[in-house]
Design a binder for this molecule. Structure first.
Ligand code: TA6
Length: 291
């Protein structure tokens, strides 16, 4: 199914429409500068394509839209924890229903904001009150900002990630720079390791880089472009490719589709961030294409 071709159920403006796929509401952006899709389930960006560019974000051809699990690909919002720090893995935000709170557009692009607040379901998993707003600024670049506010009477701590899956031509012919040298290797139970300046891929890679530069560059040689990822409000950059064996074990990934994706994630890992009542924190990622 090509999600870009879904029929419109509600036109909100010239550039912003609502469509639906298997019960999942998708905010679709078709603007002279950019095309994008954002699922209200998970507050999850599914595709992003600036005019004249190939898809920047990878979405699995076997992605499952069932209003239960997180969609494989796009930008899952992992919150209020990263990974298996608690259950469910990567938190509940990526499987919660977000609300559209704002959309704006002009000739330069489109801005869409969604919100998620605590409710009975979230409090059963995590007993705190919060207000989350995620804002997608879409033009030739994409900026995603997740702002979390403590609306409770007690402090709480959180972690998470904007778990971006990037679309690349061939994992065997990309290199990543700017992620720093120091990392925890999740394929070796979080062992602290030292790497080199340039990261290339030839096996499963799952690393938490703790001293990244502000901008990480993915040189996608076969696509003749570089994707620049500038993260903010994070304390780690997670880089992940499952390689073949793990892909085969995942029902929502085609066996060889690991070849065309890599995750570079703006992450709050360790330490987590404590917010006092009324305090906010913004985790962001800015994605730009360079030729
Ligand atoms: O960010 C890397 C990671 O935590 C990996 O360990 C891998 O499990 C991946 O995320 C995907 O997790 P998911 O829960 O979406 O299958």
């Amino acid at each position: 199914m090509d999600l870009r071709q879904l029929s419109t159920i509600n036109a909100l403006s010239d550039a912003v429409t609502v469509c639906e796929y298997q019960g999942v509401k998708i905010i679709r952006i078709i603007h002279p500068m950019v095309e994008a899709g954002i699922s209200l389930h998970g507050g999850h960006l599914l595709w992003f394509k600036p005019e004249g560019e190939k898809e920047v974000i990878w979405l699995s051809e076997n992605a499952e839209f069932d209003l239960k699990k997180a969609v494989r690909g796009g930008i899952p919002v992992c919150w209020p924890w990263f990974g298996k720090a608690a259950a469910p893995s990567h938190g509940f935000a990526r499987t919660s229903e977000w609300s559209l709170s704002q959309h704006r557009e002009n000739e330069n692009g489109v801005i869409v904001s969604l919100t998620l607040e605590d409710n009975q379901q979230t409090r059963e998993i995590w007993p705190h009150k919060f207000h989350n707003q995620i804002t997608f600024e879409m033009n030739a670049e994409l900026k995603v900002s997740l702002s979390s506010t403590n609306t409770d009477t007690q402090p709480w701590s959180f972690g998470g990630a904007l778990h971006t899956y990037f679309n690349i031509a061939d994992i065997n012919n990309i290199s990543i720079t700017g992620m720093g040298h120091t990392y925890l290797d999740s394929t070796q139970a979080g062992k602290a390791c030292q790497g080199s300046d340039v990261l290339t891929f030839s096996a499963e890679t799952d690393r938490v880089y703790t001293q990244s530069q502000p901008t990480i560059l993915i040189a996608d040689k076969n696509n003749q472009r570089t994707i620049a990822v500038t993260n903010d409000g994070d304390n780690a950059a997670v880089i992940w490719n499952p390689w073949q064996q793990l892909s085969i074990s995942m029902a929502d990934m085609a066996n060889n589709s690991f070849e065309t994706m890599v995750c570079v994630e703006s992450t709050i890992h360790t330490p987590t961030i404590e917010l006092q009542p009324g305090q906010s924190h913004t985790l962001a990622t800015r994605i730009a294409i360079q030729h």
